[in-house]
Design a protein around this ligand. Structure first.
Ligand code: AMP
Length: 396
């Protein structure tokens, strides 16, 4: 945390370029269905308004792959932001060129401008120097508050910092880093990690890193079956990654060597097919028949995991315990949401699916912190430095 944040730098009356993540979801009628990402950066925008800054907001939206696509315009976001801020937000239909330049030159203190989707130009994701320079030329100060893209090395979060100094983090970025450091760098122990989701392959680096840092690991979800198979269990048609079996065994051995207790499900909710009409059974993990697959943890596993979490002081969770999108296979994940939400531990939840599960149970307000980054949060768990954070100006 030796980086500069927005409250460390002088922004008074200055033109401030702010990279945000306004990549919000839309419903079938083209309306914003969830504006959490817009609300998440309001503290930074409001702080800049209090400082009479001239605020130039930049963001991406979806994956237009370097082409202009009206369906991925940020125009609806400008409208919503206007309502949330209760002040005018000027939307410019481009993120480079004369119109942008002229609008920025006319800005008065307290004005807010939102530029069009950065990814309408392929130079953004290519981290092209010319594009970075153009963005940098718009302002006197740079603030990055887009945590969810901090694991990417793009023009608007990394390239731009070469030409616009100081480059400081916004309050959302600061909050994400503060909570992560509290949990992983300097945790109150015991520290328990819960990992779930579909595949081991997506989380192998996380597992390798966590095994050296945490006190206990709970593994559920589809990925648990590769671990179970590596221990010789018959797992029927459950999700398994054959090429990950050896690695799973190595993780189990590494955990043993490090003195980290690792818990796998002891029972499962099984079915022959993955749909809401499927016949389900609950069986001990040793008794999955050949044509059946494990799609959720069973009640005995929930009880076991509750005991493991009972005296935890810090809990970090990524990935659901089962196919929670289908009611019949959602109980394990939802039960764990309840346990984590009502724990006395400091609790951090990250990753899109886990976040969805927590919100569905309606207990999000009881979680200490829910990360706004899926991929970025996972890369932090992998022990990696995020380029978007590394590029910020260091404190002297
Ligand atoms: P991930 O993106 O890796 O966190 O995976 C999330 C997905 O894993 C969710 O969509 C779940 O439906 C899926 N999942 C969880 N448990 C299982 C399981 N036992 N079998 C198959 N898929 C699962």
């Amino acid at each position: 945390m030796n980086k500069l944040f927005v409250d460390d730098i002088d922004v008074k009356n200055k033109r401030v370029l702010v990279r945000v993540d306004f990549n919000v979801p839309f419903d079938s009628l083209g309306k914003i269905s969830d504006d959490t990402r817009i609300r998440a950066v309001l503290p930074t925008i409001n702080y800049l308004l209090d400082e009479d800054a001239k605020i130039i907001l930049i963001s991406h939206m979806g994956r237009p792959r370097g082409k202009k696509d009206p369906k991925l315009s940020l125009a609806p976001v400008a409208k919503r932001l206007q309502r949330l801020l209760q002040k005018d937000v000027l939307f410019i239909k481009d993120c480079r060129g004369d119109e942008v330049q002229q609008a920025v030159e006319k800005m008065q203190s307290g004005d807010v401008i939102l530029l069009e989707n950065l990814r309408f130009y392929q130079e953004e994701e290519a981290n092209a120097e010319g594009f970075s320079k153009q963005l940098a030329s718009l302002a006197e100060v740079f603030v990055n508050d887009a945590f969810a893209t901090a694991h990417r090395k793009h023009a608007s979060n990394v390239g731009v910092t070469k030409f616009l100094i100081p480059a400081a983090g916004g309050f959302l970025l600061k909050k994400e880093i503060t909570y992560f450091e509290k949990a992983m760098e300097n945790p109150v122990r015991p520290l328990v990690a819960i990992l779930g989701g579909a595949k081991v392959s997506g989380k192998i680096e996380v597992l390798k890193n966590l095994v050296t840092r945490v006190d206990k690991i709970i593994i559920g979800g589809g990925m648990a079956f590769t671990f179970l198979k590596s221990q010789g269990y018959e797992i029927g048609k459950s999700l398994v990654e054959e090429n990950m079996i050896d690695l799973a065994r190595e993780i189990l051995e590494a955990a043993k060597k490090e003195g980290v207790k690792l818990y796998l499900p002891v029972d499962a909710v099984i079915a022959e097919e993955v749909n809401s009409r499927a016949v389900t059974k609950i069986v001990p993990i040793q008794e999955i028949p050949p044509n059946w697959m494990g799609l959720d943890i069973g009640p005995a596993s929930t009880t076991l995991f509750a005991q493991v979490l009972e005296n935890a002081k810090t809990i970090v969770w990524n990935g659901p315990m089962g196919v929670f999108e289908i009611d019949a296979f959602s109980r394990g994940t939802f039960a764990l949401v309840n346990i984590v939400a009502n724990s006395y531990a400091m609790t951090i939840v990250g990753g899109g699916d886990t976040d969805v599960a927590v919100h569905r149970v309606g207990e999000s307000y009881k979680i200490s912190y829910i990360s706004t980054g899926g991929g970025a949060f996972l890369e932090l768990l992998e022990g990696k430095e995020l380029p978007g954070i590394a590029a910020l100006t260091s404190k002297r």
